[in-house]
Structure formats: C-alpha cells, structure tokens
Ligand binder design. Structure first.
Ligand SMILES: Cc1cc2nc3c(=O)[nH]c(=O)nc-3n(C[C@H](O)[C@H](O)[C@H](O)COP(=O)(O)O)c2cc1C
Length: 373
C-alpha cells in the first residue's frame, strides 16, 4: 500500500498518510502568543511533504500551563494569530489540526502559575511532588466548557480539527488512570465512568461545531504504572470503542503516564536497532483491530518500508512522526525520492532542553557519530 498518496479521514483531505505528531516547541511567549520563530518552524515543516500537521499542545485555560512556551487558545484574542498559522499551512495545501490540552496537577513548568491544580481525585504527582485538588462536578463542567470554547476558537481560526490530548498523564488522561481517579461518582470506578469526560467533551464539541468537524484523541494504550494503578491495553481497547461510539474521527495511540515518576516517557531514546522502532506497534494493532475508525501508530517510526509493510498487513493505515522532523523537516520528501532513506534522528532526546526545542544533531551539522547510534 502506498503511504504517499492523497487520502481522506471523513471529509478531511490529507496529502498522505504520514502525520506530524504534536511537538511543543517552547517558542510561544509567556502569554502563549505565537512568535516569528514558531511560524518559521511550521513554514519549514510545510515545505517537507507532510500529510497533516498536529500542532504542539495549546492551553485552553490561562491558569493551566503544563509547560512554558506553549501556545495559547484561551481567549478570542488568539484567533487572528492562529489564523495566520493556518493560512500558511493551507497556502501549502496541508491540513493542520490544533492539539488542545490541560495539565491539571501535571505541570512541569518551573514557575507554575496555575491556580487550579485540578485532578479527578487528590493524588500526588510523583514527578512534580504536587498534590491535585479533587475536581467538583462543577469543575468538570467548567473543564469541558474550556476545551469546547478552545475548539470553537480553533474552528474560527480555520483549523481542520482538534486533537484532545488524552495521554501522558495530563488532565484528561488522569480520569482513565485508576491511581489518579478514585472517584465514586459517575466519573470514577468503571471504565465507562472513567471515560465519561471524554465522551461528554466530544459530544460537546460536536454539538457546538457540527458532527463533521474532526475531533481526534491522543490516548495511552498503557500507563506503564504498577499493577492496578494504571490503564492497560485491555482497558484502552474498551476506551477506543467508547470514543468511536461518541463520534471521534481518529485516535493516536501513545503510552506512559508521566505522573508515575518512573522516568520513561512516550519519546523513547536509543532506537538504534530495527526491532526497537515503531515501539507501540503490537498494542496499536490490537486497538486498530477492535475499531473501525482510523488509528495512528505513533512512536519510533523511522523506516519507511517497514511502515508500508505495516499498512499492507494490518488495519493501521496512518503513522505519526515527531522527533525525526526536528532533525529533517523535509524527511517525507526524502522518502518520496528514496524509500530506503534512513532518517538522521538517533532519538537522543537532546531536543528536550532548556529554552526552545530543536535538534542538537542538526545544529551540530548532523554529526551521525553521536554515541547512541
Ligand atoms: C520536544 C518534544 C515535545 C513534544 N510535545 C508534545 C505535545 O505537545 N503533545 C503531545 O501529545 N506529544 C508531544 N510530544 C510527544 C511526540 O508527539 C511523540 O509522541 C513522541 O516524540 C514519540 O514519537 P517520535 O518517536 O516520532 O518522536 C513531544 C515530544 C518531544 C520530543
């Protein structure tokens, strides 16, 4: 199966089946305003042949900022600056979807200015040492309202859809994670209850913006926590079915609840052997087999021929890529010319650093001899 032909998800046209996975660039200003550097990064990416862009996560609430330098979409004054970004993407014939997120108590921001510290229950985030304040039902309605208003602004800006960040231990995903959600009301306990915020949120966005407005969800297949504490793949399959039933258009499968403090993240390092690539393949296959909506395989996708094989032999037909596009924004064009081309990215995570995100390898003139390759 060719990955590089035009395709559709619902009514949304994609240039091809390779999607840029969300990348927070730490380039917005303190308020979340988009800066010239940020536009430049996207302009460069848009020259490189990508099928669809998922933006870095954007704040839906002024008082909830999981990371510094995130883009904002928390009031109407952001619409124009996002429209400028969307116009750049559309001028390059590429769809662009805004990822929206809340961190709640999971905030890695050193000078956290969040006054909410929300969580489904009162639990302590092992990474930040902060304890969540259990949300009331009014808080939950408010959270759904904040996301919905942000989605409305995204549509007004011209975005082709929104992706809800429901993975990695951020606020939405905390509802799915038993260790973070000990509620005894309709938002806790059974999996149906723990997934309820997602369902209500998707329904809220769809009822405001129309069923055709694309809503994607990024979700964990496993929280990688101690037994009984986290979501596992059997749960994730059920969640994916519930999301499908609620009208979601596409799901991207990630992993790891970063609140666990185990030090592993969804962006694995040292992918230096073919068998370490596409590291969420098996659980993503299981989830794709259980639903009819498109499912995106994420994490460690590095070999184009291998991705073609996966698309030919499984129900997985979409692939997202993040770090290699920091090293080579034109990677997809390189694959178009030569499907055997090996990306430069060595998954060293040097891109996570103080200040702006960027590829250290690229900055060091793409020195391939970095020691973990
Ligand atoms: C610097 C950096 C920023 C990231 N920002 C986001 C983000 O804003 N939202 C998100 O869902 N994932 C984010 N991720 C995770 C990526 O989307 C992706 O899931 C992960 O890097 C694995 O894919 P890869 O092996 O292709 O890089 C980020 C990863 C990195 C390295």
């Amino acid at each position: 199966m060719s990955l590089l032909e035009k395709t559709k998800v619902g009514n949304l046209e994609l240039n091809n089946r390779i999607i840029r996975s969300a990348l927070w660039m730490c380039m917005a200003d303190k308020e979340g305003r988009l800066t010239p550097q940020l536009y430049k990064v996207y302009e460069e990416l848009l020259q490189g042949g990508i099928g669809l862009i998922l933006t870095g996560y954007a704040m839906v609430d002024q008082y909830d900022r999981p990371n510094p330098g995130m883009m904002g979409i928390y009031d109407d004054s952001f619409i124009e600056e996002h429209r400028k970004l969307v116009d750049i993407a559309h001028a390059n014939h590429t769809p662009i979807v805004l990822q929206i997120a809340m961190g709640g108590v999971q905030s890695f921001h050193p000078d956290l200015d969040s006054h909410r510290q929300w969580g489904p229950s009162s639990f302590t985030n092992k990474v930040t040492g902060k304890t969540a304040r259990e949300m009331s039902k009014e808080d939950i309605s408010k959270m759904i309202g904040l996301f919905t208003e942000a989605a409305k602004r995204a549509k007004k800006s011209g975005y082709d859809g929104v992706e809800l960040h429901g993975a990695h231990g951020y606020l939405l995903s905390q509802f799915l994670t038993p260790a973070c959600n000990q509620r005894t009301d309709e938002y806790g306990g059974s999996l149906e209850n723990r997934a309820r915020v997602f369902i209500e949120l998707i329904q809220s966005i769809k009822s405001e913006l129309g069923a055709e407005f694309p809503v994607f969800v990024k979700m964990n297949h496993d929280d990688y926590m101690d037994k009984g504490e986290g979501l596992v793949v059997e749960d994730a399959i059920q969640v994916a079915k519930l999301l499908e039933g609620s009208g979601v258009d596409m799901i991207e499968i990630s992993g790891v609840n970063e609140t666990s403090g185990k030090g592993i993240g969804p962006a694995r390092t040292k992918i230096n052997k073919p068998e370490l690539q596409s590291y969420y393949l098996e659980p993503t296959k299981q989830i794709a087999d259980a639903v009819d909506i498109p499912v995106i395989l994420m994490g460690g996708n590095r070999d184009f021929k291998r991705l073609e094989d996966i698309a030919t032999n499984t129900k997985i037909k979409f692939f997202s890529i993040a770090r290699p596009l920091l090293a080579e924004p034109d990677l997809i064009n390189k694959w178009k010319k030569n499907p055997e081309y090996k990306p430069l990215c060595v998954s060293c995570n040097g891109c996570y650093r103080e200040g702006e995100v960027g590829c250290v390898l690229r900055e060091r003139a793409c020195n391939r001899s970095i020691d973990n390759k």
